[in-house]
Design a protein around this ligand. Structure first.
Ligand code: NAD
Length: 332
């Protein structure tokens, strides 16, 4: 592989523009082209980042010799373009969720495997420094036994997201992060969903999860809140961690009853202890995600987020939607 990687971004709407911005000034990378079905948009972004514009992915793959593409088109179109990339032997990052169905997601993963290329899914919250710090501390046993994990993700309605609902678009982030933090698969889910503004899909979710490792989880996700909330909390024997994804802050509320090194502290009761705000080195998660993927491509190693992770997160999203529609618990 050449030292300078030839890169393109397909779909330069709100997310793809961020990919192009970061790649345009990244060392070791040459952003050779951007693609957008909207010709005006393609030209505008190409001009902004001093690169070439195409209006179809077919033309891109015919005319450019590429090492990596990032696929940032609407979710319903991930499958077609990911298969094209694999067909041309080009490594790719496909934005989250991997696809609109598990079958399509599996075909994407299989195509990458057959083409012997490296692919990842844009579960960018894995690269939020506060989430990484939380993962490290939970894994090191700082909470003792983990009891509960809760995610709250809410924001105003994004009028341009027409192809999927809030579960597939937003809750999929939390489902992935919950698997990552608990290191456990989900056993069963129950959910209530509702549709108030979106014309074809749910825009509200309250979901309940049971993990194989015994924890319970809750998801509160909607597109009906006038302010943006991105929060995760993990409760365990020794206290509670809270992550604010937006400010990249990690706070620990200690269970004062477990101040001693006695790991059975919970048997002694629960009482307020210290509140600790950890110092986190802030970083743009998308930049960290792209750097990590590029390194995996250069080294030929497994990326942090695998195709399997993308499919598991989507399978959970589908189970949540099914539970919301059927009013039945769904066993994974
Ligand atoms: N990781 C994250 O946090 C995050 C955040 C936002 C969006 N996303 C994901 O990124 C994807 C795009 O979302 P968005 O909000 O940027 O949407 P968007 O509508 O703003 O942008 C999509 C762009 O793709 C273009 N497009 C459509 N079909 C195309 C095709 N066949 N070829 C080339 N261009 C095409 C559109 O013209 C548009 O400019 C979705 O899968 C979404 O879930 C991820």
């Amino acid at each position: 592989m050449n030292n300078i990687l030839k890169y393109a971004v397909i779909g330069v709407g709100s997310m793809g523009n961020n990919h192009a911005r970061i790649l345009s000034d990244m060392p070791g990378v040459d952003l050779v082209a951007v693609v957008d079905a909207n010709g005006q948009r393609a030209k505008q972004i190409a001009r902004r980042y001093n690169t070439r514009a195409y209006t179809t992915s077919e033309a891109l793959f015919e005319q450019e010799k590429l090492d990596i593409v990032n696929i940032c088109v609407p979710t319903v179109k991930h499958h077609k373009i990911a298969l094209q990339a694999a067909g041309h032997g080009v490594n790719f990052l496909v934005e989250k969720p991997i696809a609109i169905s598990i079958e399509q997601g599996q075909e994407i993963v299989n195509a990458a495997k057959e083409a012997n290329i490296i692919m990842t899914v844009g579960h960018v919250e894995r690269f939020n420094p506060a989430v990484i710090e939380l993962h490290k501390r939970v894994e090191a046993g700082e909470l003792g036994q983990v009891f509960q994990i809760q995610a709250h993700r809410a924001s105003p309605f994004p009028a341009h997201v027409l192809d999927v609902g809030v579960v597939t678009d937003l809750a999929v982030h939390d489902l992935d992060v919950m698997r990552y933090i608990t290191q456990s698969e989900v056993q069963r889910v129950y959910a209530e969903t509702a549709q108030r503004i979106h014309t074809s899909h749910e825009d509200q979710l309250i979901g309940i999860l049971r993990f194989e490792a015994g924890m319970i989880g809750k998801l509160t996700v909607n597109w009906l809140t006038p302010t943006k909330i991105r929060q995760l909390s993990v409760l365990g024997e020794r206290g509670k961690f809270i992550v604010n994804y937006l400010t990249q802050e990690l706070t620990f509320y200690e269970n004062g009853a477990t101040e001693s090194s006695d790991w059975l502290g919970v048997l002694q009761g629960i009482k307020p202890g210290r509140m600790i705000g950890y110092v986190i080195h802030r970083q743009e998660p998308l930049r960290a995600e792209l750097e990590s993927f590029i390194q995996a491509v250069r080294d030929g190693t497994t990326p942090v987020v695998t195709g399997h992770d993308g499919i598991q997160a989507l399978a959970l999203a589908e189970a949540v939607i099914q539970a919301g529609q059927s009013h039945q618990t769904v066993t994974m």
